[in-house]
Design a protein around this ligand. Structure first.
Ligand code: SAM
Length: 221
């Protein structure tokens, strides 16, 4: 599925993996996905020298690539086994998409900003994964054509949980989503069992706004 790890900046990448391990990420397949994914190829040239810091970075269009520790926490919580069909809302740079592609069977990702969608497509192609499908549009309505999903990751914070995403979650499926105010949210995990959905609050977080039909109004962006 993936090409061999390219040697460029491998040392920096291994140091990032070590930082994630020290912060409590212990899932070997998650750490391996970080080792295989060249984050410097997903950020603009102006911030490339900071690509392996454990920090969020600007990716253009007023958006950010999240802190690696946040991505790693999401991925560790999902406990993916390699067999899952995953929906990601908010492709951004495509970095987390590629991490997911290393950990799941099929990844479906949606981005609403055309410029980011185009550059993420190039980034994902360059990473050499072939199990990703992309859509330009409003991820708050999900992607019903390929539902249900074993896992759903939302990379932007909304005022509430979009009902279409809950509807598109498979039996036994898990969704991680930031919910709250525009500039401050709580990270929640929703699990569907026996048709019932239960929720668990995980942490305080700060994500860019989830804009769309079941999110914040794009007029207020
Ligand atoms: N995980 C991404 C990465 O690795 O680069 C970063 C995601 S960034 C924090 C959040 C993204 O969600 C932005 O690119 C933003 O445009 C996108 N977004 C916000 N609302 C959306 C919506 N309704 N549908 C799809 N994408 C959305």
């Amino acid at each position: 599925m993936a090409r061999p790890v390219e040697p460029e900046l491998r040392g920096a990448r291994l140091r990032l993996v070590e930082i994630l391990r020290e912060k409590g990420i212990s899932d070997i397949s998650v750490l391996r996905a970080f080792e295989m994914t060249p984050r410097h190829q997903f950020v603009p040239t102006g911030v490339r020298h900071r690509a392996y810091e454990d920090a969020p970075l600007p990716i253009g269009s007023s958006q950010t690539i999240s802190q690696p520790f946040i991505h790693a926490t999401y991925l560790q919580l999902l406990k993916l086994t390699g067999h899952e069909r995953v929906l990601e809302v908010g492709t951004g740079s495509g970095y987390q998409t590629v991490l997911l592609a290393h950990l799941a069977a099929q990844v479906f990702t949606i981005e609403r900003i055309s410029a980011l969608y185009q550059s993420a497509r190039d980034n994902i192609q360059r990473a050499g994964v072939n199990n990703v499908s992309m859509l330009l549009g409003d991820g708050t309505v999900g992607w019903s054509a390929y539902a249900p999903y074993d896992a759903i990751l939302v990379g932007a914070g909304g005022p509430s949980v979009p009902q279409p995403l809950l509807d598109q979650l498979a039996e036994g499926g898990r969704m991680i989503i930031p919910v709250g105010e525009r500039d401050e949210q709580k990270l929640w995990m929703y699990t569907k069992r026996g048709g019932e959905v239960t929720s668990q609050e995980l942490a305080a977080v700060r994500f860019v706004p989830l804009l769309g039909h079941h999110g914040w109004s794009a007029d207020q962006a």
